[in-house]
Design a protein around this ligand. Sequence first.
Ligand SMILES: C[S@@+](CC[C@H](N)C(=O)[O-])C[C@H]1O[C@@H](n2cnc3c(N)ncnc32)[C@H](O)[C@@H]1O
Length: 203
Amino acid sequence: MGLYDRVILPRLIDLAMRQKRLLQYRSELIPQARGTILEIGVGSGRNLALYGAAAERITGIDPSLPLLAMAKRRVAATLPIALVAGRASALPFPEASVDTVVMTWTLCSIAEPLPALAEIRRVMKPGAALLFIEHGLSPDAGVARWQRRLTPLWSRLAGGCHLDRQADALLRDAGFEIPELQNFYAEGPRLFTYFTEGRAVAS
Ligand SMILES: C[S@@+](CC[C@H](N)C(=O)[O-])C[C@H]1O[C@@H](n2cnc3c(N)ncnc32)[C@H](O)[C@@H]1O
């Protein structure tokens, strides 16, 4: 792994993910998590302080060792959490063992989203929730055209991030229902801020 991936990229990801305007979305979503929780792409741990009393046990998984090291520094002594190196496509959990899956701005970076979502479904208990917020493909043709053009270059610079994914469509393709869903522009450049937020359940 080169200097960019080892040192620079994790810092850039943390810098992007620590933005105050993201905190309001995290603060609404994360306290809903309950029971045995799996956070996919825990990154530098920006959600960790937001889990509430209903969180019994949290596992945060991420393939990036530098980001996991940052997340470790954010773990309060009282938080029942394990941070694990790994990928969404091979989860170290038995079938039907997780009450809540959390995924914030992560599906954009997963190389093979459909196999990963199938693996996530495998570990979810019947009725378990997948709480998510993702950025993705704009409904505006002009913005979408640029998102598609820039994704090959952007993806190389930004750890595999795709600007042109549709998280809700991917979730449905993977067999999830989405009883709570909001699609909206957040503040900021439109290439990056068409957000999809909600709660999905395995159908
Ligand atoms: C934009 S960051 C978001 C980090 C964190 N979820 C947050 O909200 O701050 C995307 C994260 O997805 C992780 N990631 C990339 N591929 C992954 C995979 N196959 N499985 C799980 N996480 C992955 C990256 O390492 C990175 O931490």
